[in-house]
Design a binder for this molecule. Structure first.
Ligand code: SAM
Ligand code: SF4
Length: 364
């Protein structure tokens, strides 16, 4: 529900805006707009990067325990009372959308563990300004939800799958999950999702030798494979067996005769395509090839914290102001001021121990 800021003329300069503790002068300085006005301006940070993509985590829980992501036995979750409600998520998405952000991705933890996710997706996809709504999932529950998600306006899916070998996948995810994931993938394909991207985190002596098989599997089914370097997020990320993807890129290029290509999406992946142009493989290389200069995204965690970079602590908690009943202008102003805090780059290589948050806490 949009909320209007009611500002009395006589307090417009010095007063405190509504119930949220921000002076009007300060609010105007942050937003550059007069109260009561709306703005269609886009969100841009100090480094002239346009922020047109929000990833929103709807849960920090997960039914898997991927070795590079969640520690075994992990249960240090946010309390349900601290989760943003669907109404609150909708308000934040609407705020980003009116400031020019058009692409949104639902993620987690495992987002399909949140009850009535397709109900939320339907609400978000129908908001003015939301042009693209996608979902990242481990697919263990996808077979049951794919049709409803498609009907709710989710168009694109990213699915984590690190191995096609059941035993190996068990070793990585600490659960027997391959059959459910493959079933989810096939139901999603039959439901008309396109593109479906397969995210494979590549690790030394774990699944590094399987990238060719995974590529062949994806080519056969019309999926886009994306290979990902591990990031040192939390102890799990730091302990994951990092592999530089550059030699693997060369290996795949030689094996499949791949050539440089561009695949839409505006994300960090650099793509190679097959000579017939029908299939592609993306390489997400936060460690071996920084892509911070083109970063276009921020992240909202399940507790309503807006994280500005995966590899830095800069963040703004939005939940207190949402629950204090802030108006839309105050919310927009807070988001704009947060975007100002977006750091230039991560320092995963220089300070690998810096980020203790694991990926599922931030929203991957
Ligand atoms: N559960 C869903 C899934 O697995 O797709 C969505 C959330 S998951 C945190 C999002 C992505 O983060 C996955 O593709 C996963 O492989 C990636 N990820 C998690 N921890 C990572 C790490 N330390 N380094 C690189 N990628 C990581
Ligand atoms: Fe769960 Fe996704 Fe993290 Fe794996 S990567 S533990 S599926 S949140």
């Amino acid at each position: 529900m949009p909320r209007t800021c009611i500002i009395k003329e006589d307090t417009a300069d010095e007063g405190v805006c509504c119930r949220y503790n921000a002076g009007h002068r300060e609010l105007h300085q942050i937003t550059g707009i007069e109260s009561g006005m709306t703005t269609a301006a886009t969100l841009q940070d100090r480094f002239s990067r346009r922020i047109d993509y929000l990833r929103l985590s709807v849960t920090d829980r997960c039914d898997l325990r991927c070795s590079y992501c969640m520690p075994q036995g992990f249960s240090d979750y946010e309390l349900p009372a601290d989760w943003l409600t669907f109404d609150e998520i909708e308000r934040v998405v609407a705020a980003f959308a009116r400031m020019g952000t058009s692409r949104f991705r639902i993620t987690g933890g495992e987002p399909l563990l949140r009850r009535n996710l397709s109900g939320l997706a339907a609400r978000l996809s129908s908001l003015s300004g939301v042009e693209d709504l996608s979902l990242s999932t481990n697919a263990t529950h996808l077979a049951q939800h794919a049709v409803a998600l498609k009907a709710a306006g989710v168009t694109r899916l990213n699915i984590s799958l690190d191995s096609l070998c059941a035993e190996r996948l068990h070793q990585i995810t600490r659960r027997d999950a391959l059959d459910e994931i493959l079933e989810g993938l096939l139901v999603a394909k039959a439901s008309g999702f396109a593109p479906i991207k397969i995210n494979m985190v590549v690790m030394a002596d774990v699944n590094e030798d399987e990238v060719e098989d995974m590529a062949a599997f994806c080519f056969r089914h019309g999926f886009v494979l994306r290979l990902i370097e591990t990031m040192p997020m939390g102890e799990t990320g730091r302990n994951a067996a990092y592999v530089d993807l550059q030699p693997i890129r060369q290996r795949l290029q030689a094996r499949f005769g791949l050539v440089d290509g561009i695949v839409g999406g505006g994300g960090p992946a650099r793509y190679l395509v097959t000579p017939d142009g029908k299939s592609s493989i993306g390489f997400i290389t936060p460690m071996s090839q920084h892509f911070c200069e083109t970063c276009n995204r921020v992240r909202l965690s399940v507790d309503g914290t807006l994280y500005l970079c995966l590899g830095q602590e800069n963040a703004l908690p939005l939940r207190p102001m949402l629950r204090a009943g802030c108006c839309d202008e105050e919310l927009d102003a807070a988001i704009r001021s947060a975007i100002e805090l977006k750091p230039e780059r991560h320092e995963f290589s220089e300070q690998p121990g810096k980020i203790i948050r694991i990926m599922s806490m931030t929203g991957g």
